[in-house]
Design a protein around this ligand. Sequence first.
Ligand SMILES: C[S@@+](CC[C@H](N)C(=O)[O-])C[C@H]1O[C@@H](n2cnc3c(N)ncnc32)[C@H](O)[C@@H]1O
Length: 438
Amino acid sequence: MNLLLKLQPKLKRNSQIASYNLFITLVSIDWGFLILMIIMIDRDNWIKFEAGCSLSLTEGHFVKLSLGNYCGDDPELKNIYVKRVDIRKIPMLSFTYRYKRRDIIKNYPVDEGLSMAMDLLSKDFRIATLITIDKELILELNREGKIVLRTKGRQRRPETLTYSHDRPKAKTIEAIGKRYLTDLGITDERGNVFRNAQDKYKQINHYIEILSPLIKDFSQEQIRKVVDMGSGKGYLTFGLYDYLSNVLRWNVEVLGVELREDLVSLCNEIAVKSEFNDLRFFQGTIEQHDVRGTDLLIALHACDTATDDAIFKGIEAGAKLIAVAPCCHKQIRKEIEKSKIENDLSFLTRYGIFLERQAEMITDGMRALILEYFGYKAKVMEFISDVHTPKNVLIVGSKSSKMTNEHRQRAILSQLRDIKVFFGIQYHHLERLLKLEI
Ligand SMILES: C[S@@+](CC[C@H](N)C(=O)[O-])C[C@H]1O[C@@H](n2cnc3c(N)ncnc32)[C@H](O)[C@@H]1O
């Protein structure tokens, strides 16, 4: 007695090896034994193939999986290629759906992707080829409806297999061939960044990346003279000079102003050795430095009111761009503590850490308002992730083409007055330097 059966068993092995569909036609019950053997061989081949995919992915031998001989409903689809990629460091399977006129790429987590590939294979494709670094495994549904598995050795073994899809981000300041980076102890002679200098190197690049679009708002003619107040060991001063003169190829003069004589001498020596002819360092204070003609003024981590001194100098010079990353905020903190004023925020400021944070925000918020008062468009942004340093705020003032109108100036003064009253602040150092009547 003939019996026609269509079997599509689902096999669940574990989360990695998900499901498979087996399609087989049984012709006669009398052929029972033979049919059972066919099912078992088919099932075995299927499992072997799926396990081969899974294992090669786990062991890092997976090169490619292709699904061919499409027999589904989409008249445009030809085949599918699956690659293993890392996207933002997460292992994924990247499917390229190859249509007659275009390719579509979709990425899936590895387990989900493998399960999808096997599902697609069971429904719409008659052949799948798994390529690993040392062999090819071919699973085919032949004309007789049997699932056969063939293995082929591969002659050429790729030396290394990299799945990285995340293109390494090109650094704005390349490490190779930079004498100053070596002399500052960031790289060795061959341009390898020392392990303990990775953060510093990242910080230099990140800082340039933040400043770059702000600088590019101006033309080369507008940015001729740059001053770095409290330049310290000059990491960022050198980086900025390198960027302006070697990346942007602008003709600029860059000056570092630093209190410590030893650092000034060191930086000048390195500048000479690097043939950075328009980069110089001066020993002196921010307060006394003659800033006439300064177009871009920066001050990174100048302590407490030294940041106010720097902003004041920038405003005084009429600099087009002022960028400061403040350090500690003692002056305003002392003011708040001294007044002991009770307000709606006292429940927070009774804790030292919150008082610290509040003093920081008030100091910098008032600085931003004062910049605006003097015709600057002020921005406050994260300078660098606080993984690297807790001093991670950058205040930027870009000189706008028109002065802040009187109405807005009056409103700013009134707002500053209210802030002072609310927090019990007698004065803000910057307000004093600028002789603002608040
Ligand atoms: C924390 S370091 C920052 C150095 C550098 N800007 C950086 O970010 O790598 C602050 C530097 O500012 C200098 N400095 C502090 N107050 C200053 C002042 N009033 N005039 C000039 N330099 C000052 C210090 O000597 C120190 O080298």
